[in-house]
Every structure is written in C-alpha cells, then in structure tokens.
Design a binder for this molecule. Structure first.
Ligand SMILES: Cc1cc2nc3c(=O)[nH]c(=O)nc-3n(C[C@H](O)[C@H](O)[C@H](O)COP(=O)(O)OP(=O)(O)OC[C@H]3O[C@@H](n4cnc5c(N)ncnc54)[C@H](O)[C@@H]3O)c2cc1C
Length: 376
C-alpha cells in the first residue's frame, strides 16, 4: 500500500527518478507514476551525450554528489570530428572528457534502466502504466517535453566501424541544427537534429546518410528508424504552490544544441530535496541560481547561431585552430556572461515562449489547462 505521505512524482525519466532518489535520501518516501509500461519509453537504445563542458567539475562527480550512481554503461569521449557545410573536417580534441556517451531506453546498461534499478533498490515505489494528471497534495512534475522546439530523426544500427564521434553543421543536412554519427562497441546512432523545417525531416535524414557514407564510410547493419522531440524555455516560475516542475517539463534543456539530461537530473534532485524538506521555495532559488544564467546564455548563443547560415558555420569552424582544447572553448561559449543575459532579455527570449504558465489554485500537472479562464 502506498504511504500517504510519500512525495508523488509524475514521470519516470531522469528528472523524476533523480527526484525520487533525492527524496528518499532526505528521509521521505516517494512514489513515481509513469504512463508507459517501463522507463525510457521515448528512446530505443540510442546513444546520447552527457555533456561535460559547462563546469570544471566532472558531470559524473556532480551526479555522484547528488547520490546518483553511474551504474549505466558510459564511454568517455575526448574528441569529435566536425565537418563544415563544404565537407571539410576538423578534429576537435580535449585533454579531459568532453562528453560521456551513454544509451537511453529500458535495456540493461542504459541510463534509464540503471536509474530505475537504483530507485527500486532505494525502496521507491514506481507505478508503471499509470499516468498522473493531478497532484492535489502537491508533488513533482517530470513528464518530459510539451512541444517540439527541436526534433531528431535518425537510425540505430549495428556496425563494424571503429568507435568515433562525428558532427556536421550545415543547413542542408540539419536546418539550424546539426547532424551526428556516434559509433561505440559495434553500435551506431546517426541523426539529423532539426531546429527548423521539421516537415522535410526525411529529406534531411537521407542527405545525412549520404554525407556520412561519403565522408566516413558509415556502414549500417540492420538499421532501425528512431526519432524524438524536445522543448526548452525559461519559465518565470517552476512552482505552483506545492507542485514543482523539473527537467523538460519545466523547459530546462540547453537551447543551443538540446543537451538536457544533466539539467533534468540536477533539477529533479533539487525538487526532490526541496519537497522532502517541506521547503518548495528553495527549489525556485536553486534553479534560478544554478540553471537560469546558463539557459539565457545558451538561448543567446542559439539566436546568433541561427543567423550564421552555412557561410557563418564555415567561418566559425574554420577559425577553430586544431590543437586548441575544445572543452575549454565550449566552456567559454556556454559560460554565463552579462552581455549575453542582457541580449537574451532584449532580443533572444522572444524566440520561444515559455511552456510553463503556472496558475495558482489548479492542481493539474499541465498548466495550459485553461482552468483559470474557465473559472473567470
Ligand atoms: C532524439 C533525442 C536525442 C537527445 N540527445 C541528447 C543528448 O545527446 N544529450 C542530452 O543531454 N540530452 C539529449 N536529449 C534530451 C534528453 O533526452 C532530455 O532532455 C531528457 O530525457 C529529459 O529528461 P526528463 O526526465 O525531463 O524527461 P523524459 O526523459 O522525457 O521523461 C519523462 C517521462 O514522463 C512520462 N510521462 C509523460 N506524461 C506523463 C504523465 N501524465 N503521467 C506519468 N508519466 C508521464 C514519460 O513517459 C517519460 O517516461 C535528446 C532528446 C532526444 C529526443
């Protein structure tokens, strides 16, 4: 039987599972409701990158400090071969890990499966195939994306290629985004990540396959189609009374390139801790301190990125001197800067409207329910 004082969490993605773990570690029981039959249902074993460039602290150490164990398979990557629109390549290399390659889904070794095991071992109750749409006693909403600000379409496959990470920035292959090919241990993921022109996703993907065949001889065995969407925006508040929003449900995801796992786990854990301490206000303080300035900077970076076009990408990639440490370069680009925040407020914030508009007095997890209008 469910403990009536248990913190209720809607959504068993990285944010929700991290929230449950943090609650339990803070001495409160937690119950997670997941609408699908298992964790990681949005994903299919595809490779994703756990970014390791925004802070000096290694991301795995940061997660460890929150009690999140690296019980999933991960491979550190220090280099990426980056192609410019005209097909010229540059090796972007770093002395430290640039990102950890991980897999998403419910199979053994995937991030989601490992987090599920950790929360179950910690005594959290996870109720699968049970969507949760109302939280009258309060709780945490971690239901993932609400709209598509960006989409990814691609293939998962087996391969005899050597391990490697490749990216290409070209509007011909991925409108306002980038395409990537990740190969590790005989598995591969190839995708076009679009921030515009979603309707032509098939055409972009075909061109990406041709491109990677030509440039690196990609050899896909048993290719399976996959795809997904993501959203990002900064809410004015991620709290509605005792209901806290974390991960993509709140809009917490890097708007420049769509890296969201780290912020999902960080925000989920902070929400779990805040409710366990019966101090929901501390969650607002946390994300405004830890995430907001990064988010605003990345949104400004995106504003400029979208205006570069192929000639601009060519210039920026060409300007990068081989031998320069790419992690240091990325860290500098993502570091909060006063002028980027000012630019965000003046210009870049207009690109995406917040997905969250929280109205007090409503217990639904989805705050576009128009409940406040109906009552008026
Ligand atoms: C194709 C693709 C590639 C990506 N690549 C990267 C990458 O390389 N690096 C990176 O950092 N990020 C990447 N991202 C983004 C990253 O996957 C997300 O930011 C991250 O998964 C967000 O975690 P979350 O817990 O907020 O949401 P999710 O992982 O979406 O989890 C939400 C969960 O809530 C459940 N749910 C929804 N509604 C309800 C409801 N009413 N009741 C109960 N449960 C509900 C869903 O079924 C789901 O299990 C990628 C995303 C996509 C789509």
């Amino acid at each position: 039987m469910t403990d009536q004082t248990a913190i209720q969490i809607s959504g068993a993605g990285p944010a929700g599972l991290a929230a449950a773990l943090a609650a339990v570690k803070s001495g409160r029981q937690a119950v997670v409701f997941e609408k699908r039959a298992d964790v990681g249902g949005r994903f299919h074993g595809d490779f994703q990158g756990l970014e390791n460039w925004t802070t000096d602290v290694d991301v795995l150490d940061e997660l460890g400090s929150l009690g999140v164990e690296a019980g999933f398979d991960y491979t550190p990557f220090n280099e990426v071969v980056c192609f410019s629109p005209n097909g010229a390549s540059r090796l972007f290399r770093s002395t430290q890990t640039l990102f950890y390659l991980i897999r998403r889904g419910n199979q053994p070794g995937c991030l989601d499966a490992a987090l599920k095991k950790q929360v179950l071992d910690a005594g959290v109750e996870v109720r699968f195939s049970e969507p949760l749409k109302h939280l009258p006693q309060g709780g945490i909403v971690t239901q993932g994306p609400r709209r598509a600000d960006a989409i990814a379409v691609g293939y998962l496959f087996e391969t005899d290629m050597a391990d490697g990470a490749y990216a290409v920035i070209s509007d011909r292959l991925a409108a306002k985004g980038y395409a990537y090919l990740l190969v590790c241990g005989g598995r591969g993921t190839l995708a076009s990540c679009l921030f515009s022109d979603f309707h032509n996703e098939k055409r972009y993907l075909e061109k990406c396959v041709e491109f990677f065949k030509d440039k690196v001889g990609v050899h896909m065995i048993n290719p399976r189609h996959f795809g997904g969407a993501g959203n990002f925006s900064i809410p004015s508040s991620a709290r509605k009374g005792n209901i806290l929003y974390a991960g993509e449900s709140a809009g917490f995801q890097d708007p420049l390139f769509g890296f969201g796992i780290r912020w999902a786990i960080l925000s989920g854990a902070a929400a779990g801790r805040a409710l366990a301490a019966e101090d929901p206000g501390s969650y607002e303080h946390f994300w405004k301190q830890r995430l907001r300035a990064y988010h605003q900077t990345a949104a400004t970076n995106r504003w400029f990125f979208e205006r570069l076009g192929d000639r601009g990408y060519e210039y920026v990639i060409g300007k990068f001197k081989e031998g320069r440490d790419v992690r240091t370069w990325m860290k500098k680009s993502y570091a909060p800067r006063l002028w980027k925040r000012a630019w965000y407020h003046a210009v870049a914030s207009r690109r995406t409207k917040p997905i969250l508009s929280v109205h007090e007095g409503c217990d639904c997890t989805w705050c576009r329910c128009q409940h406040h209008n109906a009552k008026a």
